[in-house]
Ligand binder design. Structure first.
Ligand code: ATP
Ligand code: SF4
Ligand code: MG
Length: 350
């Protein structure tokens, strides 16, 4: 495997605890993120995958308090460990302090961001504006020099500084957005499907570059996509979301080698094997759950090929697996099922 998958796990930079997000209030509200716990470590590329509507964007925007209305955070905390000082909860921080953190400490590239460049300004103006907004004392020439460096960093020739967005290809516009996100050397970069609008070759190139930059500059990345094959190749750890919950998280290589949750397994069997023998492409039957009418028990049970006795009426908790750095929410791997398996073995022996 290329790219990441090698980074040792550092200190936590961002700790999401019991996060819950709704769209709308009361009975009519859609519970889009449910009791999510997730930790991003220093220097790590953490991938977040799941089908459309599983809550990936809601989680990212919720944790940074960038939810569009009627999105509301109904519970939880997001502990950020700044460069200097004590950890702070982004959800209770004053708006002015939070604004100070955004871009300079935590930057985000939104889904479809390449279309959010301002069409009437050149690349130079837009990059310089970001720098000026946070470092107003820098001179114009220092900003232009930095803008040139940033473009080079993302593989664009500096003679493109004078270009307008329409004069750039989709891949280049996306790279400019990534350059903007990196402008203030943030510690955390959140990328929400930054590459879906691009062709596969371009997606891989941009991701490979990002991983290389991560190794040089040392930031952490939360990378969101529904394309698990990209994550397997480029991230250190992967978290899988289903119906607003994290259902499995594991080191990328381990998840690829042996996923524990049947949903992760279905996602992994939705794309051809990257290495080794070919495997059957089975995909996942059925469709994602309706968040307004979630099934009882394990939310995946109506689609799960391995559902058994407790699955349709009891919710499995996200449970650590042994001493390994992985967690799964599935009765096949919970203490309860291990206990009942043990009991039936004991009964058989008696
Ligand atoms: P995708 O892969 O398509 O980007 P996602 O995993 O990012 O999907 P979200 O956009 O977070 O999913 O949406 C999660 C759920 O919240 C979906 O069921 C969606 O319909 C619902 N949702 C999102 N935005 C709103 C909104 N503004 N109002 C009501 N419901 C919303
Ligand atoms: Fe399938 Fe049951 Fe595991 Fe849910 S808990 S994923 S239904 S086996
Ligand atoms: Mg999304």
């Amino acid at each position: 495997m290329s790219g990441a998958n090698r980074q040792p796990q550092g200190e936590p930079v961002l700790e999401i605890r019991d996060l819950n997000v709704n769209y709308g209030l009361g009975e009519e509200g859609v519970h889009a993120v449910r009791d999510v716990n997730l930790t991003l470590h220093r220097g790590e590329v953490l991938g977040l995958a799941g089908e459309s509507g599983s809550g990936k964007s809601t989680l990212a925007y919720g944790m940074l308090r960038l939810l569009p209305p009627p999105g509301v955070i109904t519970g939880g905390s997001v502990l950020y460990h700044p460069r200097d000082g004590e950890p702070v909860d982004l959800l209770t921080l004053s708006t002015s302090r939070l604004r100070g953190f955004r871009w300079s400490e935590i930057a985000i590239v939104f889904q479809g961001a390449m279309n959010s460049l301002n069409p009437v300004h050149t690349v130079a103006t837009q990059l310089c504006d970001v720098i000026a907004a946070h470092e107003p004392r820098t001179t114009r020439s220092a900003r232009v020099a930095r803008a040139k460096d940033l473009l080079k960093l993302v593989g664009i020739n500096s003679d493109r500084l004078g270009s307008y967005p329409h004069q750039l290809s989709g891949g280049m516009r996306q790279r400019v957005m990534i350059a903007m996100a990196l402008a203030l050397e943030p510690r955390v970069v959140v990328m929400d499907e930054p590459t879906t609008a691009l062709d596969v070759v371009m997606q891989r190139q941009i991701l490979a570059q990002l991983v290389e930059l991560r190794e040089r500059i040392g930031f952490s990345v939360l990378f969101i996509t529904h394309d698990l094959s990209l994550l397997v190749e480029f991230s250190d750890r992967i978290a899988i979301m289903y119906g607003g919950r994290i259902v499995e998280s594991a080191p990328a290589a381990e998840l690829y080698r042996q996923s524990l949750h049947p949903y992760s397994d279905g996602l992994l069997h939705s794309f051809p094997a990257l290495h080794g023998p070919r495997r059957e492409l089975t995909g996942i039957p059925g469709s994602p759950p309706d968040l307004r009418a979630m099934p009882t028990g394990c939310p995946f049970h109506p689609r799960c090929p391995r559902a058994f006795e407790p699955c349709d009426d009891q919710m499995p908790a996200l449970t650590p697996q042994g001493d390994r750095d992985r967690e799964v929410a599935c009765w096949l791997h919970s203490e309860r099922s291990l206990r009942s398996e043990h009991r039936s073995r004991t009964e058989l022996a008696e």
